[in-house]
Ligand binder design. Structure first.
Ligand SMILES: N[C@@H](CCC(=O)N[C@@H](CS)C(=O)NCC(=O)O)C(=O)O
Length: 213
């Protein structure tokens, strides 16, 4: 039975789920759902009662929450292991995923990317003060990540992990704003990681195609 991923083409969380599936080598069928519209298909609320994306359906197993989806993808399918086994490295990996959700998503994606890149590209009104607030909040997040990023090629050592997969789309959107890119360059290890990760074929293959500004 085909795995389905229900998501919105520009959603950063849907991008994370696609990246995990791609890196794991799992085939899936994409079902486009825009969670921001009023008239979302009623049936979707049975899949995701909080009206967010993404949601993964594997046979009759319905799963939402991106961190749960990426862990399931890693644990349920063959392919490269995407979570460290050693307890401290695994804890770091989980910590970075949680930091991305709790502290990075809002300023980096919803304030800087949405207001500085996405909304202008979609000809939607922009709130410049939200953009500014995102830029002001970002250094604290980037500094925290810089402190805990390991010295290896990836955030949790020399192997790709769900920490990289969760954070990269958020950074990928953030640096589309020139101000975001300039801020990231102040954090040497994080910037080196970013250069390494963003060169992976899966990153380009899954990156949303934004309308041209
Ligand atoms: N906690 C959810 C967050 C997902 C989320 O916020 N997705 C955004 C798109 S990137 C969404 O559906 N937003 C719709 C809305 O805010 O109404 C997860 O980890 O999957």
């Amino acid at each position: 039975m085909t795995i389905e991923l229900h998501g919105y083409q520009y959603s950063v969380y849907s991008w994370i789920a696609r990246l995990a599936l791609h890196e794991k080598g799992v085939a899936y069928r994409w079902v486009e759902v825009n969670p921001f519209v009023e008239n979302i298909p009623v049936g979707y609320l049975a899949t995701h009662p909080f009206k967010r994306v993404p949601a993964l359906i594997d046979a009759y197993f319905v799963l939402y929450e991106t961190g749960a989806i990426t862990r399931y993808v890693d644990e349920a399918f063959e392919g490269p292991r995407l979570q460290p086994v050693e307890p401290r490295a695994r804890a770091r990996c989980n910590q970075i995923v949680s930091i991305a959700d709790s502290y990075a998503y809002w300023p980096l994606v919803r304030q800087v990317f949405s207001q500085g890149v996405f909304r202008p590209a979609m000809s939607h009104p922009v709130d410049a003060s939200e953009f500014q607030r995102g830029l002001e909040a970002a250094p604290r997040v980037l500094a925290a990540l810089e402190t805990i990023a390991g010295g290896g090629r990836y955030l949790c050592g020399n192997h790709l992990s769900l920490a990289d997969i969760h954070l990269a789309p958020m950074i990928g959107y953030f640096v589309l704003a020139d101000e975001g890119g300039a801020l990231l360059r102040n954090y040497g290890r994080l910037n080196d990681w970013w250069l390494e990760f963003s060169a992976r074929p899966a990153f380009a293959a899954t990156m949303p195609r934004l309308p041209q500004v």
